[in-house]
Design a protein. Structure first.
Ligand code: HEM
Length: 144
């Protein structure tokens, strides 16, 4: 089947997918780890989120499920475009800045790097960066 490269950006989708699969096998609470890291580095972002544990747990689950869905379709650019636009629209009310997206992305990649350990090679890192840039660009379009 022909592979579609989203938005002319080039990243190795298979590498990202494989890395994410391995990370999830190693760490079943990836989303929780990620939010802990995000809030430790950027306490100001905590105010966007509910402090209620059950709501927090729900948010972690939504984030984790979205990532699994994304990984399934990461090389399907029409799906990514549509899904990320919807997700971006849901985020519009928070009036997020480029800096918020940047901090969020860095904390996420650091979480992946932490769990992946030695498997987080330069090639894997490059692939993740490409994928994340593509996802956030598609989300931000909905802010316009
Ligand atoms: C690629 C980047 C991102 C992804 C994949 C993502 C994913 C998600 C998902 C799946 C939800 C649940 C949406 C729903 O209710 O259906 C959500 C909600 C939310 N996201 Fe994001 N998000 C991203 C970026 C960000 C950024 C940069 C921020 C702010 C720093 C942020 C803050 C929030 C907040 C505050 C909520 C609502 C939480 C609540 O209802 O308590 N997100 N996000």
């Amino acid at each position: 089947m022909r592979r579609v490269t989203p938005f002319n950006s080039s990243f190795d989708a298979a590498l990202v997918r494989d890395s994410y699969k391995k990370v999830l096998e190693r760490e079943h609470h990836l989303a929780r780890l990620f939010y802990e890291k995000l809030f430790a580095k950027h306490p100001e972002l905590q105010s966007f989120f509910s402090a209620t544990p059950a709501v927090r747990a729900h948010q972690e689950k939504m984030f984790a499920m979205m990532l699994v869905a994304i990984m399934d379709r990461i090389d399907d650019s029409p799906w990514i475009d549509q899904e990320m636009a919807q997700l971006g629209a849901k985020h519009r009310r928070f009036q997020l800045t480029d800096a918020n997206y940047h901090d969020f992305g860095v904390a996420f990649l650091e979480t992946i790097a932490h769990v992946a350990g030695a498997d987080f090679t330069h090639d894997v890192e490059r692939a993740w960066r490409g994928a994340w840039d593509m996802l956030t660009a598609a989300m931000k379009k909905a802010h316009g």
